[in-house]
Ligand binder design. Sequence first.
Ligand code: BGC
Length: 745
Amino acid sequence: MKVKRTISLLSAAVAMCCGTALAAPGQPWMNTQLGAAERASLAVKEMTLDEKLKLVFGYFGSDMEAKKYKRPEHAHKQSAGFVYGVPRLGIPNLWEADAGIGVASQAGPDARPATALPSGLNTTATWDLQTAYAGGAMIGAEARGYGFNVMLAGGVNLMREPRNGRNFEYGGEDPLLAGKMVGAQIKGIQSQRVVSTLKHFALNDQETGRTTLNVKIDDQAARMSDLLALQIAKEDGNPGAVMCSYNRVNGVYACESSYLLTEVLKKDWGFKGWVMSDWGGTHSTIPAANAGLDQQSGMPFDLSDYFGPPLKEAVLNGWVPQSRLDDMARRVLHAMFEHGVVDHPVKSEPDKIDFAAHAAVSLKDSQEGMVLLKNSGAVLPLATSVKRVAVIGGYADKGVLAGGGSSLVYPAGGNAVPGMEPKIWPGPVMVYPSSPLKAIQKRLPSAQVSFSDGTDKAAAAKLASESDVVLVFATQWTGEAFDVPNLSLPNKQDELIAAVAAANAKTVVVLETGGPVTMPWLPQVPAVLAAWYPGTSGGEAIASVLFGEVNPSGHLPATFPLSESQLPRPKLDGYPEVLDKRFEVNYHEGAAVGYKWFDLKGLKPLFPFGHGLSYTEFGFSGLSASVKDGVLQASFTVKNAGKRAGKEVAQVYVAPLQAKWEAPKRLAGFQKVDLQPGAQTRASVAVDPRLLAMYHSASKTWRVAKGDYKLILAADAAGEKALSTVVHLEAATYDVNGKPVRQPR
Ligand code: BGC
């Protein structure tokens, strides 16, 4: 026993030898055999007041001329954040980078070239946990290669507002799908021994007035919608950190809301890591610290260094208890120990990164998440025998669009279309140098493939009329800190598409958008492919799907409305933004978000949640439901009845026949299956009891009402290929985390 102990201590020392920290004798927190909680407590005991204070104070990692601010010397250039560690105790610094789709850089001349995944919405549209995990692992590996150990990733703000400029970073409108997919990505990131955040906590669902608005929602509705997505992502991903958001919730800033931070996150959900503020999201010292904020981030974004000297003073005079500061530091350390940040320190110099392998991860994600929205007359896939192809618009000759803001990844090769407005924050507008036109030309060596940039509508229509098939690329740039005014494609692209489609009936529209857009020209075009923001391998991914080398298998993670009038808020609250104007956004729809709202109101969208076509045909059969050990299971058969291999997303919805929910039905489970032509498989999904229950705020329980429930197996929320069966459920109660509560006999 004794021998074993010595060896483990030795291996802990060896593990530390190559990084910034060297384990000295008498540092029991460096014993890797101990759990993170014990190690964190042991380390905190050794720390001086000033050392603890260091851990809870974060700096912006880039210079900021406007504020005459210089990043700390040890911060990586053009990075998002930096926190001093405690070298004396072997605790490394924290180097933070944004990471929603890859290792991002702040704007400037020293941006690091990195691999960009397609947008978060694209990854969610894959409905494939493995793809999300692989993308996360790619980001984690690249982060480590660049010397970052905290990734500001894990965005899972629910799409209540399709005009939200940041939807592209998130996981769509359904709490189960978004929570699972973002959870898998967080897990992937942390598999590389770096910490990932989960963000933005919570209810930061629009950018307009994000720092001044006050969201009104009741506890029950929040727990069954936005908070449920965060809760599931937290459970599946086990993030080391959570980033609280800019907005106020029921009158209180999220970063000083004891309801959100202490009650929901830490007490109810048992979160053991640390809460960092969004950059500029801290508004006080004593209220914020006592409410549960553990670390101020991104000085100098806030008005004051609240968690600097003012926090020291507050602790010394007892306004913030010493035990609270200990808890703050312990939480940071807990995450660092748990996720390998201490035992596997990052190197200070950039390491080797396998960019070719990472490009393949991004390519696969894009291919898997692209959604074929329409394909009448089987105009797709394109035949390689086609003679004259017109490619129009969308900078398709140069590359593919990316979303703007802090998540922006700078690609190798630079911006393919530099100089577009806005050039500065939240710009630059970035086009990744992966040209769809070139990828198409490569596949058609002897055809005539012509390009028109679409600025001259008449010239584009003329080219279309002289071609056998037309591919129109339409773009919508969205980004952080602003929302789009409406869901129309900007810059008169609707008119361009209509003109081109009028000139040639074989017009395929490829969309590169941040989220849902309206399509007044839809009846005129036979095919539409939603390619989202497809990432640094995007051009190749689009061509591979257009030509059928890859069979599309993405399904919508959000409803595409017919018009803004169908939304819970036809007019975006606070738009256009008036600086510093405080206002309220009333989430009167409660938990009825997305398709749930459309169902509730009997509205028919343009394309329903879950929709996505394939080049093959799938059939469902043999749906059965059973309750095993109190868990509802749905089993079914999926068959590929067509002639090509392909993947189908089987979606299980539940609709109560007697109980009253916020909406007629909910997504209760899903499974993506990969099938050769003619093959079939039996699949089953287990339903999380929270998706069968209503949340009861007073008792903090999820309650399933006794009664009959319709289980629907379908290929989208509108009931495509739907089969159904009815199952009877007994009344049951689950705790706040969905675990069964034993009823007293
Ligand atoms: C964003 C966060 C981001 C942070 C650091 C903020 O503007 O809201 O998502 O992580 O900046 O760049």
